[in-house]
Write a protein that binds this ligand. Structure first.
Ligand SMILES: NC(=O)c1ccc[n+]([C@@H]2O[C@H](COP(=O)([O-])OP(=O)(O)OC[C@H]3O[C@@H](n4cnc5c(N)ncnc54)[C@H](O)[C@@H]3O)[C@@H](O)[C@H]2O)c1
Length: 258
């Protein structure tokens, strides 16, 4: 049975009710986990208010700002985890960013700063957050991140985010190898295209979704709930023998050649 009672889970990446992280948080909560939620702070506090209202029904024990580009905020986040729980069982890394200009047109036109921004936020952050989580995962743990097929194959317009996802997927393997000795498992979910704030920045996202609906074995795209259920599985003992894996939750799209 999928039971996360007594487990502490830090979930990053909730921006609104379309966020994949929101689907994951709901499933972890339903399985009995005690939640901590981070949000990306902005000057006017809009995101804080929006996310706070959204997550209220899940009664998170922690609600903290964490811009992954700010090392001070990252260490304050994990200090808050230590102060509240003194241990962490689950870390959900569900965030990414690239400049809109870099998610359309010629990949070769990607600027150095655009490349660095995308890789820093979308890939390095998993390394940084895992390093901060490691000393708190004293009873073992599970780290789950979100990736996309564009990190393994060429998808039009995905461009620099594909490079970031390739790096992220390799991060999963290196981290799994290092942390396995401490019984910390690290896995990724490669989700099919879903309409969210982040995906709306990718040129032609609706065409991508329609293509999946036509071609994927299940003839539809996936939902946040379906990704959330797989994340809950990866966070639970039901997947205790799995680490370093990328699981496709994409209606089977990735198996198709044409
Ligand atoms: N939507 C899809 O089609 C799809 C498919 C496969 C994988 N993914 C991945 O799922 C993850 C979540 O994206 P989503 O589609 O739910 O979109 P989303 O816009 O709801 O979530 C992206 C999150 O990243 C956060 N973020 C951006 N910059 C940040 C920073 N500097 N520090 C901290 N947080 C930051 C945003 O606040 C937001 O909460 C991403 O890694 C994305 O690449 C999405």
């Amino acid at each position: 049975m999928l039971d996360l009672t007594g487990k502490t889970a830090l979930v990053t990446g909730i921006a609104n009710n379309r966020s994949i992280a929101w689907g994951i948080a709901q499933q972890l909560h339903a399985a009995g986990a005690d939640l901590g939620v981070t949000y990306l702070p902005d000057a006017k506090g809009k995101m804080e208010n929006k996310v706070k209202t959204l997550v209220e029904p899940l009664s998170p024990s922690l609600f903290v700002p964490c811009n992954v580009q700010d090392d001070a905020q990252v260490s304050e986040t994990f200090q808050a985890v230590k102060d509240k729980w003194d241990k962490l069982d689950i870390l959900v890394h569900c965030l990414a960013f690239a400049n809109r200009d870099d998610l359309t047109g010629d990949f070769s036109a990607t600027s150095r700063s655009g490349w660095q921004t995308a890789l820093d936020i979308s890939a390095y952050s998993l390394v940084n957050l895992s390093n901060a989580a490691k000393p708190l995962m004293t009873e073992g743990g599970s780290i789950v991140t979100l990736t996309y097929l564009g990190g393994a194959r060429v998808i039009p317009n995905y461009n620099v985010m594909g490079i970031a996802k390739a790096a992220l997927e390799m991060n999963v393997r290196y981290l799994a190898s290092e942390l396995g000795g401490s019984n910390i498992r690290v896995n990724g979910i490669s989700a099919g295209p879903i309409r969210t704030l982040a995906s709306s920045a990718v040129g032609g996202i609706l065409d991508m979704i329609h293509h999946v609906e036509e071609v994927a074995p299940l003839r539809r795209t996936v939902t946040q709930e379906e990704v959330g259920k797989t994340a809950a599985f990866l966070c639970s003992d039901l997947s205790s023998g799995m680490t370093g894996q990328i699981l496709y939750v994409d209606s089977g799209y990735n198996i198709m050649g044409m």
